[in-house]
Design a protein around this ligand. Structure first.
Ligand code: GDP
Length: 317
């Protein structure tokens, strides 16, 4: 795309959700890449579900760039059992942030969505054009609708007010600093915790949810952070841009990879009373590739890196 000016490294950048998996990686990456004024916002600084507090915070910080990585997130169980909070908190957070960002004249904003915005039975790999062409996966439809509202809001601010705001749709994200809660987390941290703890205690059985047949694509948070900056530097379009790695794995295969990395040699059994969720969501990343970005972190390396972080920072010693 022509006419895009890369971000000024002296700009004040606000990263909303700065203590989360993605937000903390974005803060690190921006600082490493020479941004001098990166301001984080997380729940202890400002309650983004409160419109007045959000407006006052942005008025005080006066960013010219915002990365919106603030969201209520969770794995399949959390999404499936708390749809009201996943819908309403996410609608509030993004609406308050966009309203406040517009009020203080934020020039560049990146909104982070999710691959769950695409229909359950999308063509694979999923192009951005699959948006709004079919029914959503029911286990996370509330979260998906909130994220779809966010990306339509981005398009609307562009169309109505000429804002240079953009949306990125990442595939399943993982990495150090993830949420390892056994029930609420996503699959990769859940498996890292379960296989590590089983290996440490000498257990001979680990139970994994579902049938093992769903396929998922995983992007490391550091790769996603690098893609976010690449998009802010090189993209200014109304269409969302998928962020993925171009390959997926079955949950059954993922379980064997995590088991091996954790040194677990016992049995793996499947709890088919738990939902599988969407059968497959491999993203078509042609648009991002054409912009000159590619991932750098292989899944096997990323799993070991995340396992090491879990062992050092979370696991009971
Ligand atoms: P999803 O991509 O939105 O479905 O989110 P998840 O990361 O929560 O789940 C991905 C897949 O992994 C689903 O098919 C789950 O049933 C499966 N899975 C297997 N074991 C687990 C687990 O312990 N936790 C979670 N969250 N998912 C699991």
């Amino acid at each position: 795309m022509t006419g895009i000016v890369p971000l000024d490294r002296s700009a004040t950048v606000l990263v909303a959700g700065s203590t989360g998996l993605v937000g903390s990686a974005v803060v690190r990456h921006l600082r490493e890449r020479g941004f001098g004024t990166v301001v984080g916002a997380h729940s202890a600084d400002v309650d983004l579900t409160d419109p007045a507090a959000t407006a006052a915070f942005l008025d005080a910080v006066r960013p010219s760039v915002v990365v919106d990585a603030a969201a209520r997130v969770g794995g399949i169980h959390a999404n499936n059992t708390e749809p009201v909070e996943f819908l309403t908190d996410n609608l509030r957070i993004q609406t308050n942030l966009f309203t406040a960002a517009h009020a203080v004249g934020v020039d560049r904003l990146l909104f982070l969505g999710s691959s769950c915005v695409y229909p359950k039975h999308s063509p694979q790999p999923i192009p951005e054009s699959a948006l709004l062409t079919g029914e959503l996966e029911q286990t996370n439809d509330a979260y998906a609708i909130a994220k779809i509202a966010g990306l339509i809001a981005i398009r609307s601010y562009r169309r109505q007010y000429g804002r240079k705001w953009i949306s990125a749709m990442p595939t399943n994200v993982y990495g150090p600093g993830d949420n390892f809660d056994p029930v609420r987390s996503h699959v990769l941290p859940a498996l890292i915790r379960r296989f590590h703890d089983a290996a440490a205690s000498g257990a001979d059985e680990v139970v994994v949810w579902g049938t093992g047949t769903p396929r998922r694509e995983f992007v490391h948070a550091d790769d996603l952070a690098s893609a976010c900056l690449h998009l802010l530097d090189h993209y200014d379009g109304a269409e969302p841009v998928n962020v993925g790695v171009g390959a997926d794995v079955s949950i059954a295969h993922l379980a064997t990879v995590v088991a091996e990395a954790a040194g677990y040699t016992g049995r793996i059994t499947w709890d088919t009373s738990k939902p599988d969720g969407t059968p497959r969501k491999l993203l078509d990343t042609a648009r991002l590739t054409a912009l000159g970005w590619k991932p750098g972190i292989a899944l096997a390396y990323g799993i070991r890196d995340t396992l090491r972080w879990y062992t050092e920072s979370v696991a009971p010693s």
